[in-house]
Design a protein. Structure first.
Length: 190
């Protein structure tokens, strides 16, 4: 749902009027606390000034046509910028996070660093050994299936693309290339 500037100002006025009413009710209360009455009186007068200012602003722009603002777009941009900033800070501190959810042969330790899962690492070593001995990805997948070896999803079914992904993944060579893509726009990735 989109809003235009006039809608936002009208909502601001309604909020300020509600606040002024709350402060007036506190001030008119039969309470003996003088400081509360004084403070609520000051706040009520401030809300009067706020309402007056926004009403004059609204009158000035009443005849102007404004484009609607879709705040969900701005929210997505803000989240993206916050994530980028957070990643930059972690990288500067030498901290990074690598997901092990689909990374055969590694688990994440309590300190967040990668640790070798020996049972799965043996499968990865076999894949690389078979590849270096001349077997293709398709034959390696069929051999793993024939031996009943489970993949990362705990299933015996292996596919050629999974073998190729393991062989191309730089993490198995001890490298972790982070931020391989950059966002040039809100929905564009390169």
């Amino acid at each position: 749902m989109g809003y235009n500037v006039a809608d936002i100002i009208e909502k601001t006025i309604k909020i300020a009027v509600r606040r002024r009413t709350i402060y007036e009710n506190i001030r008119q209360d039969k309470s003996d606390i003088v400081s509360v009455k004084i403070f609520s009186s000051v706040l009520a007068k401030q809300m009067d000034k706020t309402v007056e200012y926004y009403e004059s602003l609204l009158n000035e722009i009443k005849e102007v046509e404004f484009e609607e603002i879709d705040f969900s777009t701005y929210d997505k941009m803000s989240i993206s910028q916050n994530m980028h900033w957070s990643n930059q800070r972690r990288f500067k501190k030498g901290k990074f996070s690598v997901s092990t959810k689909r990374l055969l042969g590694y688990d994440k330790g309590q300190d967040g660093n990668l640790i070798i899962n020996e049972e799965q690492a043996a499968i990865v070593r076999r894949i690389f050994k078979d590849y270096l001995s001349g077997l293709g990805a398709f034959r390696i997948a069929k051999a793993l299936e024939a031996d009943g070896i489970k993949n990362i999803s705990r299933k015996v079914k292996w596919v050629e693309s999974s073998i190729r992904d393991i062989l191309k993944n730089e993490k198995y060579a001890g490298d972790a290339r982070l931020q391989k893509t950059i966002t040039t726009g809100l929905y564009n990735r390169k």
